[in-house]
Design a protein around this ligand. Structure first.
Ligand code: APR
Length: 237
């Protein structure tokens, strides 16, 4: 790992951590695209889009239900904890995450914007969203209309929730420090966020085990594992 510059969160009035699957990798949760990535083992066309759900809801629900015990076996790591500690001291520190695993919240973080939804919620197209945090789904059918419940997750070809997007945009537009961690940056619209932050004048930091596609967006590029880089970058947290 390279020498990591130290940052003091007190120097910034508004901070956004923008996280992807690489943030959870050290907890043991597989990423989507790298070695061992979920989309190498499973075709998203069969498991992670509305069309697949319409054709075979039980197959899609089985896939997502399988992920629940695997995620629950994993625990937040020191990187999650460092972000949580910074948040406790700075109410204007937010997390905008693409992750659906709930790992930030399990480490005690609040102020989490879940761009791509949550593995722990279900949704009826008629009757809205219900929490379902158990290892197995409590039910696969809506208690009111009997229709299939689908995971409240943004699948491929889905639109992102407009309210959630607006919240993320506002936070990023106002951020003084924007730190992107563990995302390949290939899935839009989230992939636009580093540019948005850079254009809005935030100090932009990149943390990843691999080099960024566009290095010019960042004031600091820190290559290494999320936990190790965060530990070196925020020694006072
Ligand atoms: N520390 C930091 N970065 C890491 C680590 C680590 N320990 N391990 C892996 N990475 C990086 C990889 O180099 C890669 O850039 O994490 C990134 C993971 O990329 P993806 O698997 O593409 O995950 P993500 O960017 O979150 O995917 C975006 O795609 O499939 C959809 O909806 C799904 O939210 C997901 C979205």
């Amino acid at each position: 790992m390279q020498n990591i510059p130290e940052l003091n969160p007190d120097d910034y009035s508004a901070i956004v951590f923008f996280t992807g699957a690489g943030m959870s990798a050290e907890s043991g949760i597989p990423t989507y695209r790298g070695a061992g990535g979920i989309w190498h083992e499973y075709r998203w066309e069969e498991y992670a889009c509305q069309d697949a759900f319409d054709v075979d809801p039980e197959k899609v629900l089985d896939f997502h239900e399988l992920r629940r015990p695997k995620v629950l076996e994993c625990n937040p790591h020191i990187g999650h904890e460092i972000i949580t500690r910074i948040q406790r001291k700075h109410p204007s520190c937010w997390i905008v995450t693409q992750n659906i695993d709930g790992m930030h919240q399990r480490s005690g973080s609040r102020n989490v914007v879940e761009l791509h939804g949550s593995l722990w919620r279900m949704r009826c197209s008629q009757h809205g969203i219900s929490e379902d945090p158990s290892v197995r789904y409590q039910t696969r059918r809506c208690s009111i209309c009997g229709n299939w419940l689908r995971p409240d997750i943004t699948w491929f070809n889905d639109m992102l929730d407009a309210v959630v997007m607006e919240k993320a945009h506002n936070l990023i537009n106002n951020a003084q420090l924007f730190i992107t961690i563990g995302t390949s940056g290939v899935v839009y619209p989230a992939a636009m966020f580093p540019r948005l932050a850079s254009d809005a004048g935030a100090k932009c930091v990149y943390i990843n085990t691999e080099t960024p596609g566009d290095e010019s967006l960042y004031d600091i590029v820190a290559l290494g594992k999320a936990s190790e880089v965060l530990n070196g970058m925020f020694p006072l947290a």
